[in-house]
Design a protein around this ligand. Structure first.
Ligand code: ADP
Ligand code: ADP
Ligand code: MG
Length: 672
């Protein structure tokens, strides 16, 4: 076994690998970019080396720098994690040349599966079933159009070099084909520097079912059962579980054996995943093979009781697989959700910024949390926007879903938009409980799972009001302590008074609605709050860290309230409690009618990026929802659409220009 390894990655996967290495008594070496000086993986490793600027292209993706650090630190092997260099055959070769073990498959196996087109050719020979499609070398537009017609619409255009759902377009009919092909090629070129495309029949209501395989250098190869990753957005996984609901024993065996055949066909060694797309009737087709540890590997670990990173380290150091097929069994059910910094309401646009407040569920025998970030760090546009993976386990699926619902209500993030509410809504959805899974789940149930924050409930307003009153009270106590007159009426504990009377009004704003909360100070130190749906009696104490212990109509409750102050002095409160996560603007209590207007008639860049297409001209009339500008950010295309019917007064950027977050892309005049 190795005594020291280097982890050529960052974030949660680097931390996760370090944990296993430490448990096995192996020393760890981390690498980091400028953006990651204070990152968790750097703190966790035994040694850490700086490898360059924030941009991955100049740090985590530079093979030479990583190999240099391995040499310098005396690491005998490199674990690439996922993403970055994990599926880069050239890097695996360079490691071998430098006498360092690459913890992964042989370069030839990476290469064989690196192109989805080449992989399909190999699988065809190994008699693994394929989705009807075209994966030839001829890339002329005319031929692709012809092939799409032969396959029959709808079709899916895919980048051969693709990954992470990038460079992929569904095309409903021939009219749209050429335009969609151009978009997919553009995205593929940007993300993978390779725009070779393949076409597949687009299955309707398919399930994504993948098989975890493992092979050693002694000729053993096993499958560690399946994962169902059907709940996706933008063709990327959001919820993954093992085993797949409703999987019959024979089909599990057939898929497992097909996956092992695929691995054997390319002389595979180490951890790999064979991804299948399956129809509702169970027929399945090979989609691609990922020649690395998968993001969702924890669910397999939870149901098999195995540590897959430990298996990787053993296999890479020449040991045989710890268990053979007959030794492996499924125990219980596990579900993973990916907590992303993104906004489901705005078409899953990644969200960047500092994590002002982060509370993840507590780990125990049923709940595992894999993360690489701490409160206070910045989610930047340089890397993947995943904040954490929350994994639950229980003896059966419904019990696991209950655990998931509990874990999601313990999850609080402030500072960036997240998919927390989406994940909680999926966990609570009857169709999810019923196992009605397919890749259209989120789209089909979007009315229930993609929820725009509505008007705040009285409960939320009460918590917000208590937080304000408690904070003002604490402040006035401070003033009183400093003042020479300890008997000043300002020091009376029975509530701080804005105007020195027994009644006050607090003001909040939610969306466009102004909300007033009347406060009456009661002799016992509690408040009577006049809320939109009636009066309640409440009291509460806010601690320094934003914890609020409240009593509302006699019921005790804990909540967290985070206060965000913008540069212009305006204040937002984020109120969080189980099932509650609401942001309100807090108005100055001395002037509750002060309401600032949101800037009108602008279409702003939601994040820094590059303009790649402008769909409108000066003076053009547009309808609500009509695409205006296409922006590329984080290697994905994002379409910015008109917020309402109106007129484009002036286009301010041309294709190719870079824009900062918040800049006005076009001058827009909403129709009256
Ligand atoms: P990536 O390399 O981005 O993971 P995949 O080929 O694995 O690309 O596909 C990603 C997702 O796209 C799948 O999980 C599935 O939801 C969807 N998908 C892929 N191929 C098809 C298809 N032929 N029909 C319907 N959906 C598909
Ligand atoms: P999976 O099927 O495991 O989701 P994907 O092919 O979708 O695998 O992508 C692999 C993972 O690597 C994704 O979760 C993606 O977020 C991550 N990844 C890909 N490129 C990068 C990158 N440049 N930086 C950080 N993470 C990345
Ligand atoms: Mg895939």
């Amino acid at each position: 076994m190795f005594s020291k390894i280097l982890i050529a990655n960052r974030g949660e996967i680097a931390c996760r690998v370090i944990k296993t290495a430490r448990r096995m008594g192996i020393k760890t070496v981390a690498v980091y970019s400028d953006a990651d000086r204070n990152a968790m993986h750097v703190a966790m490793a035994d040694e850490a080396y700086h490898i360059g600027p924030a941009s991955a292209r100049e740090s985590y993706l530079v093979a030479d720098k990583i190999i240099d650090v391995a040499r310098k630190s005396g690491a005998q092997a490199v674990h690439p994690g996922y993403g970055f260099l994990s599926e880069n055959a050239g890097f695996a070769e360079a490691c071998a040349k430098a006498g360092i073990v690459f913890i992964g498959p042989p370069p030839a196996a990476i290469r064989a599966m690196g192109s989805k087109s080449e992989a399909k050719k190999i699988m065809e020979k190994a008699k693994v079933p394929l989705v009807p499609g075209y994966h030839g070398d001829d890339q002329s537009e005319a031929l692709l159009v012809k092939e799409a017609a032969r396959i029959g619409y709808p079709v899916l255009i895919k980048a051969a070099a693709g990954g992470g759902g990038k460079g992929m377009r569904v095309v409903e009919s021939e009219v749209k084909f050429v335009e969609q092909l151009a978009g997919a090629k553009r995205e593929a070129k940007g993300a993978f520097s390779d725009d070779h495309m393949l076409i597949e029949k687009y299955l309707t209501r398919p399930r994504h079912i993948e098989i975890q395989v493992f092979a050693d250098t002694k000729g053993n190869c096993v499958y560690l059962f399946e994962r169902d990753c059907s709940i996706q957005r933008r063709h990327q996984k959001v919820v993954e579980e093992a085993p797949a609901p409703g999987m019959p024993l024979e089909r599990r065996k057939a898929m497992g054996e097909a996956a092992v055949a695929a691995a054997k066909a390319i002389g595979y060694v180490g951890a790999g995943t064979v991804e299948f797309i399956a129809n509702q009737d169970g027929t399945f087709y090979f989609m691609e093979m990922n020649t690395r540890l998968q993001v969702e590997h924890p669910v397999t670990e939870m149901i098999t009781g195995q540590d897959l990173v430990e298996w990787q380290l053993k296999v890479a150091s020449g040991e045989p697989l710890p268990l053979l097929q007959d030794d492996l069994a499924i125990n219980g059910h596990a579900i993973e959700v990916r907590l992303y910094a993104e906004d489901p309401v705005r078409n899953f646009l990644p969200s960047i910024g500092p994590l002002r407040h982060l509370r993840l569920p507590e780990e125990n025998a049923h709940v595992r949390v894999d993360t690489g970030v701490l409160q206070g760090v910045e989610v930047s546009m340089n890397y993947d926007p995943m904040i954490a993976k929350i994994i639950v386990w229980d003896i059966d699926r419904l019990s696991a879903i209950r655990r998931l619902a509990g874990a999601m209500s313990d999850t609080q993030v402030v500072g960036v938009s997240t998919n927390t509410a989406l994940l909680a809504a999926i966990a609570a959805h009857p169709a999810f409980a019923a196992g009605e899974l397919d890749t259209g789940f989120i789209e089909r149930h979007k009315a229930e799972v993609i929820v725009r924050p509505g008007a705040p409930s009285d409960q939320v307003l009460a918590l917000a009001a208590l937080a304000q009153l408690s904070r003002f009270g604490a402040r006035s106590c401070e003033l009183q302590k400093q003042s020479l007159d300890p008997w000043s009426p300002w020091g009376i504990a029975s509530g701080w008074r804005v105007n020195g009377t027994s009644q006050d009004t607090l003001g909040f704003k939610s969306g466009d609605n102004d909300i007033k909360v009347g406060v009456t100070y009661r002799r016992d130190g509690t408040y009577e709050l006049a809320l939109p749906n009636g009066a309640i009696v409440a009291s509460g104490e806010l601690s320094e860290d934003g914890g609020l212990r409240a009593t509302v109509n006699g019921v005790r409750q804990s909540a967290n309230v985070v206060r965000l102050v913008a540069n212009d002095g305006s204040e937002d409160l984020v109120i969080m409690a189980p099932g509650i996560n609401q942001r309100l603007k807090a108005l100055d209590p001395r002037n509750v009618s002060a309401v600032e207007e949101a800037p009108h008639g602008t279409l702003q860049a939601p994040m820094p990026g590059k303009v790649i297409d402008v769909k409108v001209k000066d003076g053009e009339k547009v309808r609500r929802g009509q695409p205006v500008v296409v922006l590329e950010a984080m290697k994905m295309e994002h379409t910015i659409s008109a917020p309402s019917d109106g007129t484009i007064k002036k286009v301010k950027f041309a294709a190719g220009e870079l824009v900062d977050e918040g800049v006005e892309l076009v001058e827009f005049e909403p129709a009256a």
